[in-house]
Write a protein that binds this ligand. Sequence first.
Ligand SMILES: [Zn+2]
Length: 112
Amino acid sequence: MFTACVLRRDKKRESRIARERVFYLIKRAEEWKNIDYELARRYVELARKIAMRYRVRIPRELKATYCKKCLYPYKAGKFRVRVRKSRVIITCLNCGFERRIPIRPKRVNRKV
Ligand SMILES: [Zn+2]
């Protein structure tokens, strides 16, 4: 009983720290993408690993900053944006992966 108590994980604290790290890493990736593209990719990779391990949800606006497939952050000249049939299509020019983001009408009575 005593050992169980000592070894108990503080999940709330863990997920808070994990969230901080994920956000920080993606921010770093944004800052570094024009300096060291490989390093920026590594930051995204780490952020995703931590997010998966601790089941942290990466918000949509952060998810839209990197390619889901090759994990390189989108930077000028490396991606293409098209709007078609009420959705935004982002094409990664590194791997050619297309991502479609539907444009939904804004919900008024929903607080985020
Ligand atoms: Zn890609």
